[in-house]
Ligand binder design. Structure first.
Ligand SMILES: [Zn+2]
Length: 110
């Protein structure tokens, strides 16, 4: 018995007459969905939930950031205070670099 295909029912359509679905279009959509789900996800860092945010790059890409749990600003780096164990950006934890602290010490001596 001959298999009954959709194009055997009445009018014969050509390839050009059918809407097409391209694998690369599908992958592009899937990639965008993946990026969206990354943005909408929360990561667990050291038992603490931290939100992620994204900003657009000039090449039409996305750059991901942590959302500082203390000030809600975006940060590429988060730190954990060694004593209080509080997680936050450098500004929120008031962390200084060693070189700056050293410079301050010299200034204090003068
Ligand atoms: Zn902060």
């Amino acid at each position: 018995m001959k298999e009954l295909k959709p194009n055997n029912l009445g009018k014969k359509y050509l390839v050009e007459q059918c809407p097409k679905i391209n694998i690369s279009d599908y992958l592009r959509q899937a990639k965008n969905k993946l990026k969206e789900s990354i943005i909408n996800s929360r990561v667990e860092l050291d038992g603490l939930e931290v939100e992620l945010v994204a900003s657009k790059t000039c090449y039409n890409g996305l750059r991901f950031w942590f959302k500082c749990p203390l000030c809600n600003k975006r940060a590429g780096l988060l730190y954990k205070h060694p004593i209080s164990r509080i997680l936050g950006c450098r500004t929120c934890l008031n962390l200084e670099y060693r070189s700056r602290r050293y410079k301050g010490m010299i200034e204090n001596i003068e």
